[in-house]
Design a protein around this ligand. Structure first.
Ligand code: BGC
Length: 790
C-alpha cells in the first residue's frame, strides 16, 4: 500500500487534472490533397468510432431503470464471466452455465463460437430469468474471425491505420454474424522486448503509431454505430504496462516510472478510449508493486477520472484469482474486494466475485453503491450494443458473412502491405535478386513453413480457402517448376532431411527458404530466451545456402529473429510475420514484383538477444558512444568507458521504421516553417489542433519502379525538465511515387507534438532545443533545428 501511495501522491492536487484528462497521444488523419493523396498522421484530436456508443447519454435512464429493479444476487451475476469453450483447467470456475444463466449468475460468456449454442444460452437469459438481461458473448477475435489477417504486428507494419480499420470491420462483421458481440482486442501494449511473445499481438514499440492503430481497431470493430448488429465492442488490453514484463517473461512484474507510463504505455489506451472503446481489460502484471487488476491508480484515477471512461473493465483471465499468488490477497474474499474496489467490473473466470461479493457486501467491506457502479458499466455495454433489442443471432445467416471475396482480397492486400523487405542484395550482375523474373526457372521451396497454409496465431482455425507459399508458387509458375523439401521441422530435424534439402537446392535455379517460428512460439506464454531460428533451421539455412544457389529467405515469426548470419550471407530476406489466410499468394505476388514491398518495422530488430529490451525512442546516456567504433571490442579507455557492450554493437540489425523496397528513395532536407516556437503559446493552444509548424521535404523515387514510401517524422527535445528520447515519432504518411518522381511531403504539426510529460507530471511544452527529422526510418536523416523559447 505504501508503494501505491507513493505512486499516487505526485498526482494529488495537481493543477493539471484537465490536461491529463484530455491529452495523451491523439491523432487525426488529414487528407493533404495538393501534396500527396495519402493520409497524414500527426498529433490532434482522435476520430471517434461510433456516434452512438458507450458514451451515449440516452443509455443512462435505461441502465438506471433496470438497476433499481435488481436484487444484490442479480447484480453480482452481471459481474461474472466464464469461458464456456474451455470448461476444465485452473481458473475456469463453474461449468453449469445453463443453470447459472437461469439463476442470473452469469453476465457474460466467451469462447462459445457456435451460433446455435449462443442462441440457446441467450434464450435461457431472455426467457427464463426475471429481468431478461441478455448475455454478452465475447471472444479473442485478434486478427480476424475466420478470414484471418496478418497478426497485429504485421498489420501494424503496414503503417496504415485504414487497413487496420478495414480488417477489424471484416472481423466484426464475421464475428457478429456468429453471435459474438465483444472482442478482447486490440492489444495495445507497448512492446520493447522481442523475448515477450505477445509482441506479436500488438503494434510494436512506439506510442504514436500504437495510438493510431489502437483507434483504428476500435473504429473498425465498433463501426459507425455500436448498436448496429454487425458491430462488436472493442476491448483495449492489457491495462497497463503488461508488455514491460521483466526479462520478457510473460506475466512478469513491471516497474514503470510515472513519466514512462504516461508518455509511452498509456497513450495507446487513451487513444482507444477516445475512439470510443467500449471496454478495457485489466492486465496480469504487477505494476510498481500493485497488480494491474487491483490498481486503483490506473483503473480509477487515470481511466475513469482522467479519461472519463464509461465502459466495462473486465479482468484478464483469472487475474482476480491471481491476486493471491501475487501476494496482495491472502484469500479469495480479499482478492475480490481489492479487485472490485480498484475498479474491475467483470471477473473473468475466477469465480471470486460469484463466491465472495455477497458476503463482502453483507459484512460492509464492499458497499451496494460500489457494486452498482460496476453493474452500471456492464449494463451500459449491453444497452450500447443493442442486445436488449436484438439478443439473438440469425443462425442460418452466420456462414454467409464469412470469407466474402472482398474480405479475402483485403486479407491479401493487408498481407502484402505487412511484409518488410529486410535485404535485397545485388548479385554479380548488379541486379537485385528480387523481384524474381517471371521465367521458367526451377524453384526449390525449403523449410518447415513452406507448406503451412494458414499461418494462424492460435486463433480458432478457419475453414476457408488457404494458400500455402508452395501451392501459390506452383499455381504461379507451374507444378513442374516447384520442388519441396521440408529440410527439418520447426524444432527438430535429421541429417538425412537436411542433406536431401541441400541436394534439392543443387538441382534448382533458385531457393526459397521458409523458416521461422510456429504460431504457438509467439503470442501468450510464447516468451523466448533465444531469438534465433528454432531447432535445426539455422543449420539447414547455412547448409542450403552453401549449395551456391541464390536464396530468398522468408522469415515467418511473431517477432524479430536474431539471424545475423543470414543477414550477412543470404541475398534477400523478407519478414513475413504470420501473414494470415492469404499469406501464400501475397508472398508470391511480392516475390514476383506484382507488388512492391512497403512495410516497415514497428519494432527494432535486434542483432542479439542480449540487446533486449531494444527500442529506438530511448534516452541518451551521459556517455553515448559517439564516434567510437562499436563493431570491435574496446581497445582503449576512450572506447571502453561509454555506454556499450564489449562484445556487441548497440545499434539494432534494422532500426524501427526500416523497410526496403524494389525501388530506392532519396530524402531532401527537412524544412520547417519556423525556427522558434513559444512554450507559453504552445501551452495556450494545447488541444486546439492549431497548426503551429509545418515540416516538409522532397522525396524522390530514384529507381525505375513505382513504389509507395512510408515517410516518417521524428522530433527530439533537449533541455527539458525530464530527459526526452533521442527521437520520437510524431507523424507519418505513405506516398506513392512513380519512377524518378519527386513529391513534396508536408506535415502539419500541432502543439501536442511538442508537449511532454514534464517533471511535475504535467503534459506541457517546455523551452527546449528542437530537432525535426523527415526520414525513412528512426536511424537516418539529418534534422532541421529550431528552439522552443519560454
Ligand atoms: C489473455 C487475454 C485474453 C484472455 C481471454 C488471457 O489469457 O491474456 O489477452 O483476452 O485470456 O481469452
Amino acid at each position: 500500500m505504501a508503494l501505491l501511495l507513493s505512486f499516487i501522491t505526485p498526482f494529488r492536487g495537481s493543477a493539471n487534472r484537465s490536461a491529463l484528462k484530455s491529452v495523451g497521444m491523439q491523432f487525426i488523419a488529414v487528407l493533404v490533397l495538393n501534396i500527396a493523396a495519402c493520409a497524414q498522421y500527426t498529433a490532434g484530436p482522435i476520430q471517434p468510432a461510433a456516434s452512438s456508443g458507450i458514451n451515449d447519454p440516452s443509455l443512462n435512464p435505461r441502465v438506471e431503470s433496470i438497476l433499481k429493479q435488481m436484487t444484490l444476487e442479480e447484480k453480482i451475476g452481471q459481474l461474472v464471466q466464464y469461458s464456456a469453450g474451455q470448461p476444465t483447467g485452473p481458473g475456469t470456475g463453474r461449468t453449469d452455465y445453463e443453470d447459472m444463466i437461469a439463476h442470473e449468475q452469469i453476465g457474460s460468456l466467451f469462447n462459445v463460437v457456435d451460433p446455435h449454442q449462443i442462441n440457446a444460452y441467450q434464450h435461457i437469459a431472455m426467457e427464463k430469468t426475471r429481468l431478461h438481461i441478455p448475455i454478452v458473448f465475447g471472444l479473442d477475435v485478434i486478427h480476424g474471425f475466420k478470414t484471418e489477417f496478418p497478426i497485429p504486428l504485421g498489420l501494424a507494419s503496414t503503417w496504415d491505420p485504414t487497413i487496420v480499420e478495414k480488417a477489424s470491420r471484416v472481423a466484426a462483421m464475421e464475428a457478429s454474424a456468429d453471435g459474438i458481440r465483444w472482442t478482447f482486442s486490440p492489444m495495445v501494449d507497448i512492446a520493447r522486448d522481442a523475448r515477450w511473445g505477445r509482441m506479436a499481438e500488438g503494434a510494436g514499440e512506439d506510442p504514436f503509431l500504437g495510438s493510431a492503430m489502437a483507434a483504428a481497431y476500435v473504429r473498425g470493430y465498433q463501426g459507425t454505430r455500436l448498436n448496429a448488429p454487425d458491430s462488436i465492442a472493442a476491448c483495449a488490453k492489457h491495462f497497463v504496462g503488461y508488455g514491460a514484463a521483466e526479462g520478457g517473461r510473460d506475466y512478469n512484474t513491471t516497474e514503470i516510472s510515472e513519466h514512462t507510463l504516461q508518455q509511452f504505455y498509456l497513450p495507446p489506451f487513451h487513444a482507444a478510449v477516445d475512439a470510443g472503446a467500449a471496454s478495457v481489460m485489466s492486465a496480469f502484471n504487477n505494476l510498481n508493486g500493485t497488480p494491474s487488476s487491483a490498481n486503483p491508480f490506473t483503473l480509477k484515477q487515470v481511466l475513469r477520472n482522467e479519461w472519463s471512461f464509461r465502459g466495462v473493465v473486465v479482468s484478464d483471465w483469472n487475474a482476480v484469482g491471481e491476486l493471491i499468488p501475487q501476494g496482495i490477497a491472502p484469500d479469495e474474499a480479499t482478492a475480490a474486494r481489492k479487485a472490485i474496489l480498484a475498479g474491475v467490473d467483470l471477473d473473468m473466470v475466477s469465480s471470486f466475485y460469484h463466491d465472495q461479493l455477497e458476503k463482502l457486501v453483507t459484512s460492509g467491506q464492499v458497499t451496494q453503491a460500489q457494486i452498482d457502479e460496476a453493474v452500471r458499466h456492464v449494463l451500459r455495454l449491453k444497452f450500447a450494443l443493442g442486445l436488449f433489442e436484438h439478443p439473438f443471432v440469425d443462425e442460418a445467416a452466420a456462414p454467409k458473412a464469412l470469407y466474402h471475396p472482398e474480405s479475402l482480397e483485403l486479407a491479401q492486400a493487408a498481407a502484402e502491405r505487412s511484409f518488410v523487405l529486410l535485404k535485397n542484395a545485388s548479385g554479380t550482375d548488379g541486379k537485385a535478386l528480387l523481384p524474381l523474373a517471371n521465367t521458367n526457372q526451377n524453384i526449390a521451396v525449403i523449410g518447415p513453413l513452406g507448406e503451412d497454409s494458414s499461418y494462424p496465431n492460435g486463433a480458432p482455425p478457419g475453414i476457408g480457402p488457404r494458400t500455402s507459399l508452395t501451392s501459390a508458387l506452383a499455381e504461379r509458375i507451374g507444378e513442374t517448376h516447384v520442388t519441396r523439401f521440408k529440410g527439418c521441422g520447426i524444432l527438430d530435424g535429421t541429417e538425412d532431411d537436411i542433406a536431401a534439402a541441400v541436394a534439392g537446392a543443387q538441382q534448382a535455379d533458385l531457393v526459397i527458404m521458409a523458416l521461422g517460428e510456429s504460431p504457438d512460439m509467439s503470442g501468450e506464454a510464447g516468451s523466448r530466451a533465444h531469438l534465433g531460428l528454432p531447432g535445426r533451421q539455422e543449420e539447414l539455412l547455412e547448409a542450403v545456402t552453401g549449395a551456391g544457389k541464390p536464396v530468398v529467405l522468408i522469415l515467418f515469426s511473431g517477432r524479430p529473429l536474431t539471424v545475423p548470419w543470414a543477414f550477412e550471407h543470404v541475398p534477400a530476406v523478407i519478414a513475413a510475420w504470420l501473414p494470415g489466410i492469404e499469406g501464400g499468394s501475397a508472398l508470391v505476388r511480392t516475390l514476383f514484383g506484382d507488388v512492391n514491398p512497403t512495410g516497415k518495422l514497428v519494432v527494432s530488430w535486434a542483432r542479439s538477444v542480449g540487446q533486449e529490451p531494444l527500442y529506438y525512442n530511448a534516452l541518451n546516456t551521459g556517455r553515448p558512444p559517439g564516434d567510437v567504433d562499436l563493431t570491435r571490442p574496446p581497445a582503449d579507455i576512450v572506447a571502453r568507458y561509454v555506454s556499450r557492450y564489449i562484445d556487441e554493437q548497440n545499434s539494432p540489425q534494422f532500426p524501427f521504421g526500416y523497410g526496403a523496397s524494389y525501388t530506392t528513395y532519396s530524402y531532401g532536407p527537412a524544412q520547417i516553417s519556423t525556427r522558434s516556437l513559444s512554450a507559453a503559446e504552445l501551452n495556450r493552444k494545447l488541444h486546439s489542433n492549431a497548426p503551429v509548424m509545418t515540416a516538409e521535404a522532397d522525396i524522390t523515387n530514384t529507381g525505375a519502379r513505382a513504389g509507395k514510401e512510408i515517410v516518417e517524422l521524428y522530433i527530439r527535445l533537449q533541455g527539458t525538465s525530464v530527459a526526452e528520447p533521442v527521437r520520437m515519432l510524431k507523424g507519418f504518411q505513405t506516398i506513392a511515387l512513380g519512377p524518378r518522381e519527386t513529391r513534396r511531403v508536408k506535415f502539419v504539426l500541432t502543439p501536442e507534438t511538442f508537449a511532454i510529460w514534464n517533471a511535475n507530471n504535467q503534459f506541457a511544452a517546455e523551452p527546449a532545443k528542437l530537432s525535426v527529422w523527415i526520414s525513412p526510418d528512426s536511424a537516418h536523416g539529418s534534422p532541421a533545428e529550431a528552439e522552443i523559447v519560454p
